[in-house]
Ligand binder design. Structure first.
Ligand code: PLP
Length: 451
């Protein structure tokens, strides 16, 4: 299909407003092939994918060994309810060895949000308590349960009433957490070890382990959401390891599927699982048709093997510190780059918020657009420049549009990291300040708005 036709069909039959939004920064470009960190457009131009599907591409696009793993299981039944799947068994065992503490029993599903749904239901059935506590600025997915514990008003407001009671507390604030736990009515506290969509935010040291202690004291479960931070992204297999946190339930997805299969999971202790679903009567209380299917499990097993055998966690630590050191040098040079933060190859770049733009833009409409873009979409303007001028794919974080996240596949090379650093420096140096960035982005955006 020609790209114009693809766009027309998307506009007619899918999310038309999303197509409009993406096209503002040319994020509707057709790509015809992908390998590793690179994707190629119709003219054969190479683009570097430093977004990595929000952490779902830790092994890059179409990893050859993942494709081989898929080939190997081609003739096996993929979905067969009258059998128990051998690959699911192997995967569950491997996950239990890899994950922190005494996490042992897995439930397989198809996405991060579904893993979170399963974890919330597990906490509810085990504790018999009603309330969920989550962090402001968190992101756990957009299904009803997951949305109920996602700390962003913009996403929650149109869908109220949500799961009730669910209460947000500031990320990193143990006193507020304790305040919520005191009534002894909390089923679970759900937390990301590093907030991803919140703008790549690390909590204060010791926060996670102290939060676990508080939860244990008040008989609430701690759910760690490693959907984005898992599988080597932060330089350890799971980000929880940095603090030696042993969650009661751990949610996984994204890179678990090797960049190919939609796959999610939660894993919990034997004790918790038995208390929830440990009788035949309860065995079917929580299920998912495609959960633990053959191809997804084959890919997940191979993903784990590759991350281990290629020493990707160690490599990610080294590449991450190289990247962050050089980004900090850019930060010293260019005031537009306000902050560099993150761990491993989960890095956030925050840009300076401009003051309200003045009479530089003559049309009132234009000035309003500029102000709006400046306040809300600075990250996407930088991402637009990186994409359009340097063929590097990045994107802003969902809850904090002033931050772009850098999450290339962990197999990224130093040469590719340098290409990104040079491109970013070129963007930063070609704009004397944010107004020029906003102006440049706005011109092309306004041109599109008129089309
Ligand atoms: N949890 C975290 C921490 C995430 O970052 C995301 C997605 O970005 C989700 C859950 C939801 O995952 P999915 O989009 O697969 O439902």
């Amino acid at each position: 299909m020609q790209q114009a036709k693809v766009k027309e069909l998307h506009t007619d039959y899918l999310n038309a407003s999303l197509v409009t939004l993406l096209s503002l920064i040319n994020f509707d470009t057709p790509f015809v092939s992908a390998q590793g960190v690179s994707v190629y457009d119709e003219c054969g131009n190479e683009y570097l994918d430093f977004l990595g599907a929000y952490g779902a591409l830790n092994l890059g696009h179409n990893h050859p060994h993942i494709m081989e793993a898929l080939d190997k299981v081609q003739s096996l039944p993929n979905l067969l309810q009258c059998s128990i799947n051998g690959l699911a068994a192997a995967l569950a065992k491997n996950l239990s060895h890899l994950t922190p503490g005494n996490l042992k029993r897995s439930f397989f599903c198809n996405s991060g949000a579904e893993a979170v749904e399963g974890a919330l239901k597990l906490a509810r059935i085990v504790t018999g308590k009603p309330k969920f506590v989550y962090c402001n600025n968190s992101f756990h997915g957009k299904t009803f349960g997951a949305l109920s514990v996602t700390g962003r008003e913009k996403y929650q407001a149109p869908f109220r009433p949500l799961l009730n009671p669910s209460v947000g507390v500031p990320f990193g604030d143990l006193d507020s957490l304790q305040e919520q736990l005191r009534e002894n009515d909390v089923a679970a506290f759900i937390v990301e070890p590093i907030q991803g969509e919140g703008g790549i935010i690390e909590p204060p040291k010791g926060y996670l382990t102290q939060a676990k202690k508080l939860c244990a004291h008040y008989d609430a479960l701690l759910i760690a959401d490693e959907v984005q931070t898992g599988f080597g992204r932060t330089g350890t297999f799971f980000a929880c390891e940095t603090e030696n946190l042993q969650p009661d339930i751990l949610c996984l997805a994204k890179s678990l599927g090797g960049g190919i299969m939609p796959m999610g999971a939660y894993i919990t202790t034997d004790e918790i699982w038995r208390s929830a679903y440990g009788t035949m009567e309860k065995a079917l209380l929580h299920t998912s048709t495609f959960g633990g299917n053959t191809t997804a499990c084959a890919v997940a097993l191979k993903t784990i093997e590759l991350i281990q055998s290629q020493n990707l966690c160690q490599e990610t630590q080294e590449k991450g510190s190289y990247l962050i050191t050089h980004l900090n040098n850019l930060k010293k040079k260019y005031p537009l780059l306000k902050d560099v933060r993150g761990r491993g190859l989960m890095v956030g770049l925050e840009f300076q918020q401009p003051e309200k733009s003045s009479g530089k833009f003559s049309l009132r409409f234009t000035r309003n657009v500029v102000n709006k873009l400046a306040q809300e979409y600075m990250g996407s303007l930088v991402a637009g420049e990186l994409f359009n001028k340097h063929r590097i794919i990045t994107a802003y974080t969902l809850n904090n549009p002033n931050v772009i996240r850098i999450e290339p596949p962990l197999i990224v090379t130093y040469e590719q990291l340098d290409r990104f650093l040079n491109a970013l420096e070129s963007v930063l140096s070609s704009h004397t300040g944010f107004l020029s960035m906003v102006g440049s982005g706005t011109k092309s955006i306004l041109a599109k708005m008129r089309n």
